[in-house]
Design a protein around this ligand. Structure first.
Ligand SMILES: [Zn+2]
Length: 117
């Protein structure tokens, strides 16, 4: 290796070292600016909490399929009217409205129910 190349290599290495030192200093500065990094608090399911106003115990969300008699009636009417073609939208309407689920909070303490909106 020629002496000139050696010199270049030395300079390059020195430059790299300087760069690394600068980066370290930057990191240290960052750490000083944000001394105590705290991870975001675990997401407590606050939205899914409901305390019973009667007994104060935590309620749990329950789901119930709404089985309206009117929905069944509409399906039957729709079936009867299918030959006239008006029945098909009636069936679709009945199925859409009949398949709705009702959500409510169920209290394990006093067995009361509260509608969830
Ligand atoms: Zn209760």
């Amino acid at each position: 290796m020629k002496p000139k190349e050696k010199e270049l290599m030395r300079m390059a290495r020195a430059a790299m070292k300087e760069k690394r030192l600068a980066r370290d200093a930057e990191k240290q500065l960052e750490r000083q600016q944000f001394p105590a990094y705290q991870p975001p608090a675990p997401n407590v399911k606050k939205a899914h909490r409901f305390t019973c106003p009667h007994c104060g115990s935590g309620c749990s969300m329950k789901q119930e399929a709404k089985n309206d008699a009117s929905g069944c009636f509409l399906v039957i009417v729709g079936l009867l009217l299918t030959p006239v073609l008006i029945g098909i939208p009636i069936i679709i309407y009945a199925l859409v409205h009949g398949s709705k689920t009702a959500k409510y909070w169920a209290c394990p303490g006093c067995r009361s129910r509260f509608d969830a909106h």
